[in-house]
Design a protein around this ligand. Structure first.
Ligand SMILES: NC(=O)c1ccc[n+]([C@@H]2O[C@H](COP(=O)([O-])OP(=O)(O)OC[C@H]3O[C@@H](n4cnc5c(N)ncnc54)[C@H](O)[C@@H]3O)[C@@H](O)[C@H]2O)c1
Length: 270
């Protein structure tokens, strides 16, 4: 269903790897709502080639960029404005990766080179992206930047490992840059804290299937699906949320405010 919420808006969407990716659903919804955008992902992710199908479907061009490389980001920002014919109105940061999680390192025995990579890819990349956009004055007034996060930034979920630390930093960068970009050009910066979702990144977390079921039963509305997260991103990119900035917005079916549900407590009587 389209309401032309993003008609005439130009965007950059990071992180569509395959049709399970949250960014993929955001791209599909943004296209339906009338936006024009550039798709980007790490050059290594391009090799899988699936993003080409999304580009074709949404009439978008693809610009590869490693989000930890300032050089790649400079190229992305300048080329995107050329391709789209003007300043950018919305940006989705949908990037996460932890070598410690991938290699099964326990949190207490983190490899610090990996730890730095987790921070760089999953959090500092947002700072680098915002700094590049800021330097090039590339975002229009009232433009909107959304990054995806998870509640492990506030509460301990042991298997989320060093990604929890990265998400805390991501949310802090959102507040700090949101202040500076708000003052400079009325640009909004927010994070959306999404329910666990079956995607390539999500499935990298140990015990993910059990965890997703637990989360579902701990959420009065159930886990929020990826398409619903995409809808929320669209509303944050639209002009209907102009005064929302520097926030961490929970999109989790009520999980974050639930102590326990009847469904979960009953399991302890078994
Ligand atoms: N899946 C979940 O349960 C869940 C829950 C809450 C938040 N999130 C967050 O949502 C975002 C998107 O993840 P997803 O679940 O759609 O998984 P995904 O695996 O589809 O997306 C992660 C993306 O990050 C990209 N990426 C990794 N390193 C990069 C780099 N150096 N430069 C540029 N891109 C790079 C990958 O190529 C991939 O496209 C992440 O920030 C993730 O932490 C996911």
């Amino acid at each position: 269903m389209s309401n032309n919420l993003l008609k005439g808006k130009r965007g950059i969407i990071f992180g569509a790897l395959n049709d399970q990716s949250i960014a993929w659903k955001v791209a599909e919804r943004a296209h339906e709502e009338g936006a024009q955008f550039v798709l980007t992902n790490a050059p290594i992710a391009m090799r899988m080639g699936e993003i080409n199908g999304l580009a074709e479907k949404t009439g978008s061009q693809i610009i590869p960029a490693d989000a930890t490389s300032i050089e790649d980001l400079e190229n992305l920002v300048t080329k995107s404005m050329e391709i789209l014919g003007g300043k950018i109105d919305f940006v989705l940061h949908s990037i996460g990766m932890s070598p410690n999680v991938r290699k099964g390192k326990h949190y207490t025995e983190s490899n610090y080179q990996f730890y730095n990579q987790t921070m760089d890819v999953s959090a500092i990349s947002l700072h680098k992206t915002l700094a590049t956009l800021y330097k090039h004055d590339a975002i229009s007034e009232w433009g909107s930047v959304v990054a995806l996060t998870y509640i492990a930034a506030q509460r301990i979920f042991p298997d989320y490992n060093d990604m929890a630390d990265a998400k805390s930093l991501l949310e802090s960068i959102t507040r700090s840059f949101g202040y500076h970009y708000g003052i400079k050009n009325k640009v909004r910066v927010n994070t959306i804290s999404q329910s666990p979702t079956v995607t390539t990144a999500g499935q990298g977390i140990k015990g993910f299937t059990e965890f997703i079921n637990f989360s579902d039963q701990m959420s009065p509305l159930g886990n929020a699906p990826a398409v619903a997260c995409a809808d929320y991103c669209i509303s944050m990119f639209s002009d209907l949320t102009r005064y929302v900035t520097m926030q961490n917005l929970f999109h989790d079916g009520g999980f974050s405010n639930t102590g326990v549900t009847q469904q979960v407590i009953e399991k302890f009587g078994e």
